[in-house]
Design a binder for this molecule. Structure first.
Ligand code: URA
Length: 216
């Protein structure tokens, strides 16, 4: 699968044709709730494939039905997916299709209308998160403030190896996230033009949570 690296925030854009095709289906106004949910799951599996490319392997001895052999197996740290509520749930399903044994954490944030900053209202993480590779998932990297806050919370819980997967990012969100957490690689299917006055990504795909859950 191909990635290339635009300057803004060093995001890794997954340029695979299947990812780009599915992103177009997600963007389309006429895509139904059921279709949006299904395609979000499919594109997430492909993004997870890319985001897990550097997982460490170890060699173990196994027996095939015919003979013993040395074979690679994921080693050491195991995975934890952390979904930023609520739209992160749409990505989580595809990720779990690929790595069903992964642990899952949830972080809920709302935007304080006075400070315009994210405030945490929910956080549940595995106890052993420090020993895991963590992939934070949220489809839209808009201002980057929620992403930065979620990652700060994970670091507070002693997570060290963290990456971030979204479907669409914008340069300002990537810059905010990169300034706060330069150690966190970002995987995305696209980097769009920017944010409008209401904080929506343009051209974007609308409100990912509303489209996933049919709440609009
Ligand atoms: N969150 C969304 O769901 N959509 C946007 O365009 C921006 C943030």
């Amino acid at each position: 699968m191909t990635t290339n690296e635009p300057a803004a925030g060093g995001a890794r854009v997954v340029a695979h044709p299947l990812v780009q095709h599915k992103l177009t289906l997600l963007r389309r106004r006429e895509t139904t709730t059921a279709g949006f949910r299904r395609v979000m799951r499919e594109i997430s599996l492909l993004l997870a494939y890319e985001a897990t490319r550097d997982l460490a392997l170890e060699t173990v001895t196994i027996e095939t039905p015919l003979e013993p052999m040395e074979a690679p197996l994921l080693s050491g740290k195991k995975l934890c997916f952390v979904s930023v509520l609520r739209a992160g749930q749409g990505i989580l399903d595809g990720m779990l299709d690929l790595v069903p044994s992964a642990r899952v954490g949830h972080i809920g944030l709302f935007r304080d209308h006075t400070t315009l900053r994210p405030v945490e209202y929910y956080c549940k993480l595995p106890d052993d998160i420090a020993a895991r590779d963590v992939i934070v998932v949220d489809p839209m990297l808009a201002t980057g403030h929620s992403a930065a806050a979620a990652i700060a919370r994970l670091k507070q819980a002693a997570a060290t190896r963290i990456s971030y997967v979204c479907v669409i990012a914008v340069p300002e969100g990537l810059a905010t996230l990169h300034d706060a957490h330069p150690d966190v690689p970002v995987y995305t299917a696209a980097v769009d033009r920017g944010l409008d006055a209401n904080g929506y990504i343009r051209p974007g795909l609308g409100d990912a949570g509303d489209r996933l859950f049919g709440t609009k």
